[in-house]
Design a protein around this ligand. Structure first.
Ligand code: FAD
Length: 416
């Protein structure tokens, strides 16, 4: 990759994640000269890490259920996805020689479950088509004349661009390049940026040292989570999560994390109730536990009568005082609704993704900043959030295309 920077560019794309690469592709295919800058020594690092988990590219779910995953931003994101939906994404991957399949959960994956071949082929194609890559270029903001300032190994460089797409990612896993430092220059430019917050994240509970030492890393499956939303409505979801040294994480927790995070911000803490025995009802458990224990230990009685052992039994010991185990009704009730008091979300650096970012009201429909004509934004740096399941990448790809197309139209208006 090219390590030297030009001093001017027709279209500068800053950030080489899925959103920036998509914007580059659209613009280059439209015949626009594209210079793409990234702070790191290579592009797509988070995309590669996403591949370690199987690379969930998008979801096969139909609209409007798909769009509803983006919560309060459903209408905006649906508009981006109309131009580049799951079928279009799958066809695009096929164009790079990567077939995809729909998993049993409806999630869409590349058939080899890897990100590297897709990314490698994509970057090669972009380069062959003339996109110029400039790595080790960390964007610092704008100079007084509105040119882009970059920190490089050779000192600061300035690039005057006719149009710019910023695709700088969110604030999670900052070691992969997206550290949210862009919020400073954008705010200084008058752009309304919602604070970055962890999304698809774990939570702290504060286990006893004994419990944490013995059970950190233990999966809890299957369990049903019960919680109440902001309006007080009850919800339940079955899934799996993992005990950590400080609390819980994993797919079930991630799915609820936006509501739990907001509840903690609102109320100081959030309580999640776990059903540790989804297949058994409470009266049956109560009757089983009320059977004479004889000489059996409490743990052995619990295991034989209810099937609860290991980390699930340890959670009961963590929750109930010792004398409560003589009370079959109380133990049965706790098995069905074990309270987990979540004190705080884990830091954004550990989260799968981030919420917050450039508010969509600060952008035109073509994703151009109202406060900075000619500058477009795309990807996770925009203020939307979604659960895991392919929804994150789907919105990054689609918004990258929209921003790229917006930049092309904007440049053409100026040259025609
Ligand atoms: C462990 C993990 C697993 C994931 N798995 C999935 C999954 O299976 N499915 C899914 O849909 N999503 C998944 N995601 C989320 C998904 O990877 C991100 O939402 C997506 O990569 C965001 O794309 P983006 O282009 O907006 O930003 P990023 O991919 O973060 O790219 C932003 C780029 O901008 C560069 N940059 C940042 N700041 C600067 C600067 N100041 N100057 C220059 N360059 C800068 C960065 O170096 C980076 O290359 C996962 C995330 C993680 C952490």
């Amino acid at each position: 990759m090219d390590h030297s920077a030009p001093t001017s560019a027709t279209l500068a794309i800053v950030g080489g994640g899925p959103a920036g690469l998509m914007a580059a592709e659209v613009a280059r295919d439209a015949g626009i000269a594209v210079d793409l800058f990234d702070a790191k020594g290579s592009v797509g690092r988070k995309f590669l890490i996403a591949g370690k988990g199987g690379l969930n590219l998008t979801h096969s779910e139909a609209m409007p259920a798909f769009a509803a995953r983006y919560r309060e931003r459903a209408t905006d994101v649906a508009a981006w996805l109309r131009d580049f939906d799951a079928d279009a994404l799958r066809a695009w991957a096929r164009g790079l020689g990567v077939e995809t399949f729909v998993g049993s959960s409806g999630r869409v994956f590349p058939s080899d479950l890897k990100a590297a071949p897709l990314l490698r082929g994509w970057v090669r194609r972009l380069r062959d088509r003339g996109v110029r890559f400039h790595v080790h270029h960390r964007w610092l903001g704008w100079d007084a004349a509105g040119a882009l300032r970059f920190a490089t190994a050779d000192g600061e460089r300035v690039v005057a661009a006719q149009a710019t797409v910023l695709a700088l990612g969110g604030g999670s896993w900052p070691e992969l390049g997206s550290d949210g430092a862009w919020t400073g220059p954008l705010r200084a430019r008058g752009v309304d940026v919602a604070p970055l917050r962890p999304a698809n994240c774990g939570f702290d509970i504060g286990w006893s040292a004994h419990f944490a030492e013995r059970h950190a890393g233990a999966p809890l499956k299957p369990v049903v989570a019960h919680w109440r939303d902001a309006a007080g409505a009850a919800h339940a979801l079955q899934g799996e999560c993992v005990v950590t040294a400080t609390g819980v994480e994993g797919s079930l927790v991630y799915a609820l994390s936006a509501e739990l995070r907001d509840a903690i911000a609102r109320d100081g803490a959030a309580t999640l109730h776990l059903d540790l025995a989804p297949g058994r009802d409470e009266p049956r458990l109560r009757a089983a536990l009320a059977a004479p224990r004889g000489k059996r230990s409490v743990g052995e009685h619990l295991r034989r009568q209810t099937g609860i052992d290991g980390v699930k039994a340890a959670l009961l010991y963590e929750t109930l005082p010792r004398e409560a185990f003589a009370d079959a009704a109380r133990v049965a009730a706790t098995i069905k609704r074990l309270p987990l008091r979540l004190r705080n979300a884990r830091p954004i650096a550990e989260a799968i993704s981030s919420a917050g970012g450039v508010r969509l009201e600060a952008l035109h429909d073509n994703l151009m900043l109202r406060a900075a004509p000619g500058t477009f934004c795309a990807g996770e740096m925009l203020d939307w959030e979604a659960p895991t399941g392919g929804y994150l990448l789907a919105a990054c790809f689609a918004s990258g295309r929209r921003a790229g197309a917006g930049a092309v139209a904007w440049l053409r208006e100026r040259t025609d």
